[in-house]
Design a protein around this ligand. Structure first.
Ligand code: CMP
Length: 135
């Protein structure tokens, strides 16, 4: 079994999509190991997205993620990291395949509803930011 991290971002929380997204996740065979909802601090957001710190969109990304509540979900499944990325879909909702979460709910590249860890290394790093006891 492998662990991965899902964020349900402020745009999706604000549009009452938490239940719909978690239902998709559960129906796809993921076990929800832990979950919390918080207003992520700027410090945590900057650490979480530190891989993008030199990109032009970094400050806008951090401003957006701290703008409202985010649901942080620790998940487990066989091949969890790759499988979650598949059902989440491409980063820009315009490019996301029909039926993927970002295709169904994403609004723009920034307001793309969810984040999913993209590798074992980033999953380990991202999980310990929110769930220290699970690493
Ligand atoms: P996420 O999977 O959370 O990882 C980093 C986020 O940065 C990504 O989703 C997008 O929402 C955002 N992002 C990536 N590329 C760009 C870009 N070119 N302009 C604005 N935001 C971006």
């Amino acid at each position: 079994m492998e662990k991965t991290l899902l964020l349900i971002k402020p745009d999706a929380v604000q549009r009452n999509l938490i239940g719909k997204i978690l239902s998709i996740i559960e129906n796809e065979g993921f076990e929800i190991i832990d979950l919390e909802m918080e207003n992520i601090s700027r410090e945590k957001a900057e650490a979480f997205y530190s891989v993008h710190k030199d990109r032009h969109f970094f400050s806008g990304l951090v401003d957006y993620i701290v703008s409202g509540k985010t649901v942080i979900v620790l998940l487990q499944r066989d091949d969890a990291i790759k499988y979650l990325r598949q059902i989440v879909g491409r980063t820009n909702p315009i490019n996301a395949v029909n039926g993927t979460i970002r295709n169904m709910f994403g609004q723009t590249l920034r307001r793309n509803s969810v984040h999913a860890s993209d590798s074992k290394k980033s999953a380990d790093y991202e999980i310990q930011i929110f769930f220290k006891e699970n690493t």
